[in-house]
Ligand binder design. Structure first.
Ligand SMILES: [Zn+2]
Length: 325
């Protein structure tokens, strides 16, 4: 849901168009103590732990004065990789004592054992790659002769093909040509209401919240009450590439694509069709907006003190894991 700022912004600093507000936001407010750590990390204060079991992930406990970038450089990973592995929306906010998982570089390939009756082209198709790629990767002299039990290396970037958006929606989503760097985040919200539609939200944001560009989100996904279940509405803010109005921060609205799923996920989880639509939409957006999966976040992850949106039953962790594959 759009966020109501705690203090009314001055029109100069924050044009009214950036705020939608929602009666459900107050109900979703929580208080949580966050420590703001902006001072560069001091060498020697690092607290590291290499897990005893080889299967356990490498972790790091945040100490006072450490920054995410300092920790990232210590382990030779990027800030974005570290943020993604730990679902950190705002890299400037770390909690003292917070345990961070240090991501390990993904292997460049997976190993696959050929089974009876399989052909190279079938294996390539199943893993979203090509025969030429497999030939090159495995140095195969005779691609027509692979044997049962033979181990092939398959580039890990290839995976099972993901479901695609229906073509009319895909054309709308992928229509705008977008410069690299135009968008930085994809933020997931719920409406906080059991029923709703893009049209209703647009009217509310335009008339009640006085937002000149109407619908505060770029996309709305229906739940069968007010809109068809799993239906994706592509808003004008997307087709015209306008900033969002779904976050309290003016700066974040400039670079954050907003997706709202109709439903109150404090009460119950989104349904399978909504989640499928969300996955297809997000994958498509990542591609067209030149973003990595670390850019996908939720309203609560980006503003933990202000909101519970998209609700406790939204499967944040599972969804972020899915989208990173
Ligand atoms: Zn929200």
């Amino acid at each position: 849901m759009p966020e109501l700022p705690s203090t009314p912004p001055s029109p100069e600093d924050h044009p009214a168009d950036h705020y939608a507000g929602c009666p459900c936001c107050d109900r979703s407010r929580i208080s949580r103590r966050w420590f703001l750590l902006g001072i560069p990390a001091l060498a020697g204060l690092l607290s590291t732990r290499l897990a005893a079991g080889s299967g356990d992930p490498l972790t790091h406990v945040v100490r006072r004065r450490e920054t995410l970038s300092g920790i990232a450089s210590t382990y030779g990973v990027t800030v974005q990789e570290l943020a993604a592995a730990n679902r950190i929306a705002n890299p400037n906010r770390l909690q003292i004592g917070q345990r961070l998982v240090i991501p390990q570089p993904a292997p460049a390939f997976i190993e696959y054992t050929v089974r009876r009756g399989e052909t190279l082209s079938a294996i390539a198709a199943r893993h979203g790659t090509t025969v030429a790629e497999l030939v090159r990767y495995n140095g195969l002299q005779r691609p027509d002769r692979i044997s049962v039990g033979q181990v092939l290396r398959i580039p890990s970037s290839g995976g099972p093909a993901h479901p695609q958006l229906p073509s009319p929606i895909r054309a709308q989503v992928e229509g705008p040509s977008i410069a690299r760097g135009r968008w930085e985040w994809i933020v997931i919200h719920h409406s906080g209401t059991t029923l709703g539609s893009a049209r209703g939200m647009d009217r509310y944001h335009r008339q009640e919240r006085r937002m000149a560009n109407g619908l505060a989100y770029h996309f709305v996904i229906g739940n069968g009450s007010g809109m068809t279940d799993g239906e994706i509405h592509v808003g004008e803010r997307w087709t015209r590439q306008l900033e969002g109005g779904h976050l309290a921060s003016y700066q974040l609205n400039q670079v954050s694509i907003g997706i709202c799923l109709v439903g109150d996920f404090e009460r119950r989880a989104p349904n399978a069709r909504q989640m499928e639509a969300l996955e297809m939409l997000v994958r498509s957006l990542l591609r067209v907006a030149h973003l990595r999966s670390a850019a996908v976040t939720t309203h609560r992850l980006i503003h933990p003190r202000h909101t519970l949106c998209p609700g406790r039953h939204f499967p944040t962790e599972a969804f972020l894991a899915t989208i990173s594959r």
